[in-house]
Ligand binder design. Structure first.
Ligand code: TYD
Length: 199
């Protein structure tokens, strides 16, 4: 039996990375992340998020995200699923649809085509959207920001609204979880919702 792929998605400051890790621990799943998850992918991540040096144009950003994703699927995600292991990934293709498709305004369909090529048929069984309000995001982002975090309010509003519309359009695949509150509280809420859905 193949394992199940669970993607955790959300805008900046949603607490997604912490929660994805805790969810993987609770499920006994492989934990991984994008962009990254492989040595090559982590190098691509550094290129993408650096605040110095030449910034990639929007199309280059989308292609680099897709390249990191293709490597991640090939080396980590697909082999683990084939071994029957569940996988929790901190971001997956919907990050590209939201950030490059909506945020950078490359168009959802264009970026979807790129991501489809990258994932080679490996789609998430469940996508968790950790949803937080703008005030919580602002409070949590009171630190040095990477290149994409610095993209501006309008960009991030487009990202959040794209995520919400993906979740609304496909409620069988998506689960929206309120990300406000203390880490433990959100972790419990998230684990309960995911377990109920996967049961
Ligand atoms: P992440 O490590 O999840 O950052 P954070 O935990 O601070 O949200 O993701 C790194 C950044 O990369 C984040 O700003 C979102 C962005 N990103 C894209 O723009 N497109 C993608 O396809 C992926 C996977 C991430």
């Amino acid at each position: 039996m193949t394992g199940r792929l669970i993607a955790v998605e959300g805008g900046e400051g949603s607490g997604k990375s912490t929660q994805a890790r805790l969810l993987a621990e609770a499920l006994g799943a492989v934990f991984t992340r994008e962009p990254g998850g492989t040595p090559l992918g982590e190098q691509i991540r550094e290129l993408l998020l650096a605040t110095s040096g030449e910034a990639p144009c929007a199309r280059a950003e989308a292609l680099l995200m897709a390249a990191a994703r293709a490597q991640h699927v090939d080396r980590v995600v697909a082999p683990a699923l084939a071994d029957g292991l569940d996988v929790v990934t901190d971001r997956y293709l919907h990050s590209s649809l939201a950030y490059q498709g909506a945020g950078r305004e490359l168009g959802i369909d264009t970026v979807h085509a790129l991501s489809t090529f990258a994932v080679d048929g490996v789609l998430p069984d469940l996508v968790v959207l950790l949803d937080v309000d703008a005030a919580t995001t602002a409070a949590r982002l009171d630190r040095a920001l990477d290149r994409i975090e610095q993209a501006g309010e309008d960009f991030h509003a487009r990202v959040v609204s794209a995520y919400r519309s993906f979740a609304e359009a496909d409620p069988e695949r998506w689960l929206v979880v309120d990300g406000s509150g203390a880490v433990d509280e959100v972790a419990q809420r998230l684990q309960a919702a995911v377990s109920a859905r996967l049961a």
